[in-house]
Ligand binder design. Sequence first.
Ligand SMILES: O=C(O)C(=O)[C@H](O)CO
Ligand SMILES: [Mg+2]
Length: 262
Amino acid sequence: MLFPEHDFLDRFGAAAKAGFRGVEYLFPYAYRLEDLAGCLREAGLEQVLFNLPPGNWEAGERGLASLPGREAEFQASVAEALRYAEALDCPRIHAMAGLLPERADRETVEAHHHTYLKNLRFAAGEAAKAGRDLLIEPINQRDMPGYFLSRQADAIKVIDEVGADNLRLQFDVYHCQIMDGDLISHMERQFHAIGHVQIAGVPERHEPDLGEVCYPEVLARLDSLGYTGWVGCEYRPAGNTWAGLGWGQAYGLSTDTTTRGH
Ligand SMILES: O=C(O)C(=O)[C@H](O)CO
Ligand SMILES: [Mg+2]
């Protein structure tokens, strides 16, 4: 989502020049593995996370994991994601849950829940064989109406029901603020399950210093909890990406325009 001023494969160099040490993105599948691996190597970056294939994104699909009748496609998506994760040395992959049909009745919701648990057990098992973590993320209903997983408590319940050590929570602060609020309490209560963190300003999803969330306090508390994982900057720059990085200087990022030479 950052550096949209550049073609995708050029964003790796821009991220490194800005001081990032790792990158994540939604989907790698439109690109050749060797091109992505070369970008990481040349920029000296780690591949931190990406998503499993989401179904037909252009047609509005937002993941396969809870969709009854699509299990074979989901299993193939796990294999494809793990193939990319192996080549890019990516320790974690995110399985998007998918959308409920409009006005879903109780039976439909239960069928999605049953499918979700079954698929996550399969995917966590395959990821564990490869030494990788599988993440699930509650996503807010404003950005993704009908998304099957939107509340923090539901995500923790699913993680407990699946019972796989490598099934972890993708704690996106932006979504948590919109759907549940009470950010620091949720972060503290769920800390045992957090496998990745993402941040963005609320409500516009711009830079973290724009909006209602006090990120210096949230990130300081994350540190004091002993978090040693990554924090993904999953936001849409309000303007030029570089101009908006001032918030990150406290975390080693640079807004130095002289490094823009790219
Ligand atoms: O939407 C988000 O916050 C995500 O992190 C998903 O991976 C992509 O939609
Ligand atoms: Mg997110």
